[in-house]
Design a protein around this ligand. Structure first.
Ligand code: 5AD
Ligand code: SF4
Length: 453
């Protein structure tokens, strides 16, 4: 595959006429009359966003123009998430609409990729919605042949390169997961952990930085479980942080998170001081049922190390409420942990049974109205903490990395070195830094004034 293909990341619709330059690149020159169009819709986590980037390169290499609405597309690719049932429901809605558009002759082909594609449910969906191509997470490369490119070699390692030339890029360092959390479908659809060699990761980061990337996010289901020939995640992170001007990583597992990694976050100026460490529950009983492999106290201790090593850092987590068997006491323990850890933000999920996981067969479901109440209680506790912590930032001057350029209202969205999201009034471009004073704060975002020269 050519490395020179443009990979537009904008959410705004791209007119086909804008794309002719990209179509002419590589080995697949395409004349105006033959333009085929493809629309990629991504659901779920950053791993999926990254996989979509790879697929985008394939379709552009094959001479497709990318469009952003189904009506304009010959080929629609739904890159999907299977982690919770509501994600699948959303995809079903899209598949229904696509079926209708196809019957009207507006869409020609539909491909279903990603975690639903890898799940047991994909065959039923393919039949019901008459899907042309179903791919899992391990055989995305087969899309190449489908769109008319030479067949690619099968790859079980994440060796397909990421995006070039963008101000920020994802770099996959491992795929799959060796845990068996009771509720989680990921190991079934993404397989066991495969770690990418350190040298390959560092080479890719060097190449990205040389081509203009200013922000590298290391990706994997459990990045901190990365290891290779006696080297551990901390070693890899340090090497990457020496090469890239700005680095972050996600997602981590508390059982793998080493104290020296937490200290490195505080020491290295190029690492964003934001830790995402999913805890799932504050109850030892639930953590055991979930097979998380740690107790709440150990999690608290890790957070203590983080707060000490990175006093200005931000901390986020994932919490599941209403897992089968969760009692009021378990829930109280979760609220206690939320209070103690003072998270800056959290993703709170209502338990969603996934066929094939242990939790789906456990029984002892929690009543929906109880789940809803617990959800709101955890949410309120997190937001109160987050709001109070964000207020402490008001009045200070922050260096803000611009992630998304300004919209019509003149506000760009950026990130501080401590990992806070900031709205800032600036025309600066993505990848630029501006300095601005924080004027106010909500539970999720800081609001800055005009940049200071
Ligand atoms: N139900 C609810 N939340 C889930 N997660 C994973 N599986 C489920 C499920 N079956 C959540 C976990 C995980 C995040 C990515 O999604 O909190 O950390
Ligand atoms: Fe799922 Fe647990 Fe693996 Fe995370 S660590 S991907 S929750 S099985």
């Amino acid at each position: 595959m050519s490395d020179a293909v443009e990979t537009p990341q904008t959410a705004a619709p791209i007119r086909i006429s804008n794309k002719i330059g990209a179509l002419g690149s590589g080995d697949h020159p395409v004349s105006m009359g033959e333009i085929r169009t493809a629309c990629i819709r991504t659901f779920g986590c950053q791993m999926n966003v990254h996989d979509s980037d790879r697929m985008r390169r394939m379709i552009l290499d094959a001479g497709y123009a990318e469009v952003h609405s189904y009506e304009e597309a010959d080929l629609v690719i739904l890159n999907t998430c299977y982690v919770r049932e509501n994600a699948v429901d959303r995809v079903r809605g899209h598949l229904g609409e696509l079926n209708r558009l196809r019957r009207e002759g507006r869409v020609k082909k539909v491909a279903l990729t990603g975690c639903i594609g890898a799940s047991g449910e994909s065959a039923d969906l393919q039949r019901k919605y008459d899907i042309d191509l179903v791919l899992g997470t391990h055989n995305t490369y087969e899309l190449a042949e489908f769109v008319g490119l030479p067949t690619m070699r099968e790859t079980y390692t994440p060796e397909l390169p990421g995006t070039d030339g963008e101000h920020s890029a994802f770099v996959t360092i491992m795929t799959g997961c060796n845990y068996r959390c009771s509720y989680c479908i990921v190991p079934a659809v993404r397989g066991r952990m495969v770690c990418r060699p350190l040298e390959n990761v560092v080479e890719e980061v060097e190449r990205l930085v040389a081509s203009g990337t200013r922000y590298v996010t290391l990706l994997g289901q459990t990045v901190d479980a990365w290891r290779q020939d006696g080297r551990r995640f901390c070693d890899l992170l340090e090497r990457v942080a020496d090469v890239a001007p700005r680095v972050w990583f996600t997602t981590s597992h508390p059982s793998n998170m080493e104290d020296r990694t937490l200290r490195l976050i505080g020491e290295k100026g190029t690492i964003v001081k934001r830790l995402h460490l999913p805890v799932q529950s504050g109850s030892d009983r639930m953590l055991k049922i979930m097979h998380r492999g740690y107790k709440a106290e150990r999690y608290r201790r890790k957070i203590g190390v983080f707060r000490e090593a990175v006093p200005d850092g931000t901390l986020s987590t994932d919490i599941i409420v209403g897992h089968p068997g969760e009692t009021e006491e378990d829930h109280e323990n979760t609220l206690g942990l939320v209070e103690d850890c003072a998270f800056d933000s959290a993703y709170i999920f209502k338990f969603s049974p996934r066929r094939g996981t242990e939790a789906a067969g456990l029984g002892a479901p929690v009543a929906p109205e109880v789940v809803q109440r617990r959800f709101l209680e955890v949410l309120r506790a997190v937001e109160q903490n987050a709001f109070a912590r964000n207020q402490l930032k008001v009045g200070g001057v922050e260096e803000v990395y611009v992630r998304h350029g300004s919209t019509e209202d003149g506000k760009a969205i950026g990130e501080t070195w401590s990992g806070h999201a900031v709205h800032v009034r600036t025309g600066a471009r993505p990848g630029d830094y501006v300095k601005a004073r924080i004027e106010s704060a909500g539970p999720h975002v800081l609001y800055a004034g005009e940049p200071i020269a």
